[in-house]
Design a protein around this ligand. Structure first.
Ligand SMILES: [Fe+2]
Length: 294
């Protein structure tokens, strides 16, 4: 039995005080949005409770699917590193970036420098897609975060990364591991075009051709499950979690995370999902539990 915890979109708060010169970019709209709305949603006390609950369950591995940062100020990256390190050793924590982590062009470099230990493969080599083998799992990380125009939150994987992903998924077929794809943007979403993963149709074709056992994402800040087509009539669950810092009572789901208990063998995998989240009284507890696979 292997236990994987999945949390996403911590959006660490409070926002560090920006220098005026740092706002001469898309960051200005994000800064206004933070001051007007988002700072009332992302509560560090809520995030601390969620993380404490994750730790109490002692998962074998923790996956975080993006959006540690808010407007990708330089000061958000070392703080994000401290937060990632607080979750556990880098070998036990895997991270993929979200659109808020790559809010402006230079931010991809900040992320690589500060969070590279959680975004590298089995040989500690950085780059996307990366592959980490942990117990029966193959964790495959891709980055869908790209800088966009103001007010857009699109994702983009790109031809090179998609080709690498297809090759990785194909090669893994012989290893008989439970393949978990980590991506910030959902492959399927009801959110509008302005938030969508623009090359999702290609990703869906790759999953249909090569398969995967589980896709984990964030971005929409909601509990989500969509079943994707895999090869030979199989179906692949794509599961999203709310923001790990979302205070109860806002327009999106309150902070939660999922535990996956994975057991079995190729052709006979069993995977139970346990959602744990924060209730209106501020307590973190189990919200639902069911057999996702097997
Ligand atoms: Fe987010």
């Amino acid at each position: 039995m292997f236990t994987l915890a999945h949390l996403s979109d911590p959006h660490l708060a409070p926002l560090p005080k920006p220098h005026w010169s740092e706002l001469l970019s898309k960051r200005i709209t994000g800064y206004i949005n933070w001051q007007r709305r988002r700072r009332f949603i992302h509560d560090p006390a809520v995030l601390s409770k969620i993380v404490a609950d994750v730790q109490r369950h002692a998962p074998d591995h923790i996956a975080v699917t993006g959006d540690i940062a808010n407007i990708a100020l330089p000061a958000e990256f070392p703080r994000g590193r401290d937060w990632l390190e607080s979750l556990g050793a880098a070998k036990d924590v895997t991270f993929v970036p979200g659109n808020h982590d790559v809010y402006v062009q230079e931010a991809a470099n900040y992320a690589a420098r500060q969070w590279g230990a959680q975004m590298s493969d089995d040989d500690d080599i950085a780059g996307f897609p990366f592959l980490r083998r942990r117990g029966p799992l193959a964790l495959i990380g891709v980055t869908s975060g790209v800088p966009t125009a103001p007010l857009l939150a699109n994702g983009w994987l790109g031809t090179l990364q998609l080709a690498g992903l297809a090759e990785t998924l194909n090669q893994l077929k012989t290893e008989k591991l439970f393949r978990v794809l980590l991506i910030h943007h959902p492959p399927v979403s009801q959110a509008g075009r302005s938030k969508a993963l623009l090359d999702a149709p290609v990703l869906l074709r790759i999953i249909a051709a090569h398969g995967a056992d589980l896709v984990l994402h964030g971005h929409d800040h909601l509990h989500m499950i969509n079943w994707l087509n895999g090869p030979n009539g199989t179906r692949v669950p794509a599961v999203g979690v709310p923001s790990a810092s979302a205070a109860p009572g806002t327009s999106k789901d309150a902070a939660a995370y999922n535990l996956y208990r994975i057991d079995g063998a190729p052709g006979d995998w069993q995977c139970e999902i346990i959602s744990r989240g924060i209730a209106a009284n501020g307590e973190v507890g189990e919200q639902k539990r069911f057999r996702l696979v097997g």
